[in-house]
Design a protein around this ligand. Structure first.
Ligand code: ADP
Ligand code: MG
Length: 275
């Protein structure tokens, strides 16, 4: 039985306060849905729990089974049972998927996993996720499609068997079939090992497959509403406006980046050509 307890958590990024007092308790066998408009702190919460160095916890506490998580390094948090399937998985050229996973598994064992058992389990997991068999030997996420990166996060989750799994928009970039594969894989693992799950998604369709036991809405760095699957349905049909009115709150508006583009030489007119 595991229990992740977050109390009055305040988190800043580059001196700007993003989380303004979040409290949340997740136990084994519970599936929590975390919703909220973009740019209001959902990923910040997950990254702070996992220990991303950019996200500075200024006050509050996080404990896993009574042990202070905030004093742990990222790898210690992972070995303690925390897992984060990232919203934007990073490409790591030069490290194969299988080497990465084997190292992560061995880091939590006294003796290394026998190679044969590892290969067998990895092949089975990749097959279950309906992914290409060469995936194990390719560099981690390099050249993977958006959907392959997301499925690969679940391959990692299934192989590492965390006690608390956090999924950050794992459904984005997945087509309908892939969504079903990913959701049923999470549900199957959750039932098998009884882990707690904290899942960020904007879509009821994903939550219908996941069947959350609890739901929370994060606006401007605070949890402003809590409930169960009914809350997910209400937000899906009515959006967030009713919440802003009912609780007299203002969401943080997401700032869209103005990306600047430079034209390559191929776009420059050749000397003497008329433009
Ligand atoms: P959500 O996941 O709810 O869409 P985020 O937690 O990603 O929101 O972002 C909350 C705020 O924190 C936004 O204003 C975002 O720009 C800022 N933020 C998040 N991550 C970083 C970062 N690594 N560097 C700078 N600002 C960040
Ligand atoms: Mg996010």
């Amino acid at each position: 039985m595991s229990e992740l307890i977050i109390k009055d958590l305040h988190v800043s990024i580059e001196e700007k306060e993003i989380l303004k007092g979040v409290s949340l308790t997740i136990k084994s066998n519970e599936i929590h849905a975390l919703m909220g408009p973009n740019g209001n702190g959902k990923s910040t919460l997950l990254s702070a729990i996992m220990g991303h160095p950019k996200y500075i916890v200024t006050s509050g506490s996080i404990t896993l089974d009574g042990i202070d998580v905030l004093t742990m390094s990222v790898d210690e948090r992972s070995r303690a049972g925390l897992f984060l399937a990232m919203q934007y998985p990073q490409e790591v050229p030069g490290v194969t998927n299988s080497d990465f996973l084997r190292a992560a598994i061995n880091a939590r064992r006294d003796t290394p996993i026998p190679l044969f058992s590892f290969i067998k389990e990895m092949e089975k997991t990749i097959k279950d996720m309906e992914m290409k068999p060469d995936l194990a030997h390719r560099f981690l996420n390099e050249g993977f499609s958006g959907g392959e990166k997301k499925r690969n996060e679940i391959v990692q989750m299934r192989m590492l068997k965390p006690s608390m799994a956090m999924l950050d928009e794992i459904d984005s970039g997945l087509d309908v079939d892939a969504l079903k594969i990913v959701a049923s894989s999470v549900v199957a693992l959750q039932k098998e090992i009884g882990c707690g799950v904290l899942a960020v998604s904007h879509y009821e369709r994903f939550y219908q497959l996941l069947q959350p036991t609890h739901a929370h809405v994060l606006v401007d760095g605070k949890i402003v509403a809590e409930g169960n699957e009914e809350l997910v349905t209400k937000i899906d049909t009515e959006g967030y406006d009713w919440l802003y009115k009912e609780y007299n709150i203002q969401p943080v508006l997401e700032v869209k980046e103005n990306k600047t583009f430079t034209l390559g030489t191929c776009a420059a007119p050749k000397k003497g050509t008329q433009v």
